[in-house]
Design a protein around this ligand. Sequence first.
Ligand SMILES: *Cc1c(COP(=O)(O)O)cnc(C)c1O
Length: 402
Amino acid sequence: MAEKRVMLSYQEMPKQWYNIAADLPTPLSPPLHPGTLKPLGPEDLAPIFPMALIEQEVSTQRWIDIPEEVLEVYSIYRPTPLVRARFLEQYLGTPARLYFKDESHSPPGSHKPNTAIPQAYYNKREGVKRLCTETGAGQWGSALAFGTNRFGLKCTVYMVRVSYEQKPYRKSLMQTWGAEVFPSPTDRTNSGRSIREKDPNSLGSLGIAISEAVEDAATHADAKYSLGSVLNHVLLHQTIVGLETKKQFQKIGEYPDILIGCVGGGSNFGGFMMPFMHDKIVEGKKTRIIAAEPTACPTLTKGVYRYDFGDTAKMTPLLLMYTLGHSFVPAGIHAGGLRYHGDAPLLCKLYNEGFVEAVGLHQNPAFEAAMIFARTEGMIPAPETAHAIKVMIDEALKCKET
Ligand SMILES: *Cc1c(COP(=O)(O)O)cnc(C)c1O
């Protein structure tokens, strides 16, 4: 019987992140200042981010060392296993070999601590006392609560109201790690109050919650803002996922033909696929790299490639990305983590240049796929992950025809 789980030892865990900015065919377009619409300088970001993260945001250095303190916290749950979905293969009767990279082993249960930990670390090192953030389904808020707790920082979380109501246990998780949590839109910020005046029953959105968290950070000297997706430094930290995956495939003498991930802001998918994208760009490998997104928030498949704000209140810099418009509020689907109007500029550029494919999915077939997965592999996947599983099953079934 083939090995079910491909493991790495801590010694084998990558000690550097991979920065795809070093290998892009053309450079990334810079973010623009929301007031002047001119390219942003590092000093513009200094009120909301620590210098170390601003430097990573604009860096074109290919490999960036992971600090020892971060590696130590990573060791709580990393390296994570690469798992052969053999039971699912048998159920589908597919000749394809299916694997999944299992990021569920972190204490908050997702890939998000991979960036929450270094973000908390760099903020702490620069004397910041409190981090403000938004959260959709609660995964990012709990990851940051976990990360800030490790480094002795306070944490304030603005949680999208629809998720706050759907997933109240997430709030308890964040509070356990010491964070304070508010349903957004709140009455604590100007941006929250103005939304509530217009729509007292607003379900909230990631865009609104970002406005609130940025405003909180910008109006308090000892606080900074932390974003769980979209930005270059976030995708950089997430490359630990793809780098481990690559080593695991090397160990078993395989190389993937297709890589699939779900996209909310693009960080798990970006971090997972970018070390393989390196091979596609630099070595001409033919790997298909597919983004799965909900039809309720079809950023890549239906959005427009243009500069747009990251938030509803137009407080953030403008990013060149596929966008549904900064005022777009998606339906309250279960996959709260996929309800964002834009996507990471790095991912959007690669999609725009044809290196990445995208598929839109309704949540019902995604849930059917999740049920099949749970009843074959045993694990109950997140609703976000279910979108990627649906695409994986569809591709595996196509392999039967050829
Ligand atoms: C947050 C989250 C996502 C979406 O965010 P990305 O930045 O696109 O990765 C997807 N899946 C899970 C489980 C999440 O927690």
